[in-house]
Design a protein around this ligand. Structure first.
Ligand code: KIV
Length: 278
């Protein structure tokens, strides 16, 4: 449980009320065991569409489907007792029209039990965000670098430098006016992220957006050193579990080949001795 979250499951208004308070702590989770780890320390478990790259070996988030988000969303919700699940709307599930977005967002909430969705986009998604929030779907917005637009952005670049800051600020103001309860700022220069954070009444949650945001989010597998294919500058590794797992698997393989594992203590006797359990 986060030291600052209420003694009951966290809901979108609790996150909204944390503006300017103790920073919000957010990590991704894709499975029940991952969600249990996150639940113990974080305010939000984000079922990010990064699941496509991290767990399914996809080259980007574009191939992630509604079925994948429903499956991982249900798995995460089972592992949470306090932290709030937020589920990413996958590419192609909301951009066409507010009605399409509502249909798919309603499925994500109804079929997983998560209380909120996240979607990418600023001014051009404001109408959709307003449509959803007016109909009972709390929305976390995501602006700056929006990975689902990697092909139009031309890569995973910093967004908001060199005179582009006004358009990111305009995106932030538009999604707030539309009713988003919080916003992820991804790969936005630190000064601009600070100005957006000061200007908005809703919490900003940064990833590669510096120290001034109202909260921080990282991909769980990145910060644990489990996903090592690439490492953006903004990722701090808090553990090297990938290297630890590699060493453990190498030990196991060597012991099996040397017939050093299993030993007698790992095996079952043919006759159960009195007073023993297995
Ligand atoms: O999909 C994801 O994990 C995300 C975070 C990186 C913010 O959107």
């Amino acid at each position: 449980m986060s030291a600052t979250s209420p003694a009951r499951p966290v809901l979108p208004p609790d996150i909204r009320a944390r503006k300017g308070q103790t920073p919000l702590v957010v990590l991704t989770a894709y499975t029940t065991p991952g969600a249990r780890l996150v639940d113990a320390h974080c305010d939000i478990a984000l079922v990010g569409d990064s699941v496509g790259m991290v767990l399914h070996g996809l080259p980007s988030t574009l191939g992630v489907t509604m079925e994948m988000m429903l499956l991982h969303g249900r798995s995460v919700v089972k592992g949470l007792s306090r932290a709030m699940a937020v589920i990413d709307m996958p590419f192609g599930s909301y951009e066409e029209s507010p009605a399409q977005a509502y249909r798919n967002a309603a499925r994500l909430l109804a079929e997983t039990g998560a209380p909120a969705v996240k979607l990418e986009g600023g001014m051009h998604m404001a109408e959709t965000i307003a449509f959803l929030t007016k109909r009972g779907v709390p929305v976390m917005a995501h602006i700056g670098l929006t990975p689902q637009s990697v092909n139009t952005l031309g890569g995973y670049k910093v967004v908001g430098r060199d005179g582009e800051g006004d358009s990111v600020m305009a995106d932030a103001l538009a999604i707030e006016a539309a009713g988003a309860f919080s916003v992820v700022l991804e790969k936005v220069p630190m000064g601009l992220a600070g100005r957006i954070t000061q200007r908005l009444a809703i919490p900003t949650i940064g990833i590669g957006a510096g120290i001034h945001c109202d909260g921080q989010v990282l991909v769980l597998d990145d910060m644990l050193g489990l996903f090592t294919e690439f490492r953006p500058k903004f990722v701090k590794r808090y553990a090297e579990l990938g290297a630890a797992a590699d060493a453990a698997i190498a030990d196991y393989a060597a012991e099996v080949r040397a017939r050093a594992f299993p030993k007698e203590e790992h095996a079952f006797a043919d006759v159960l001795a009195k007073g023993t359990k297995s």
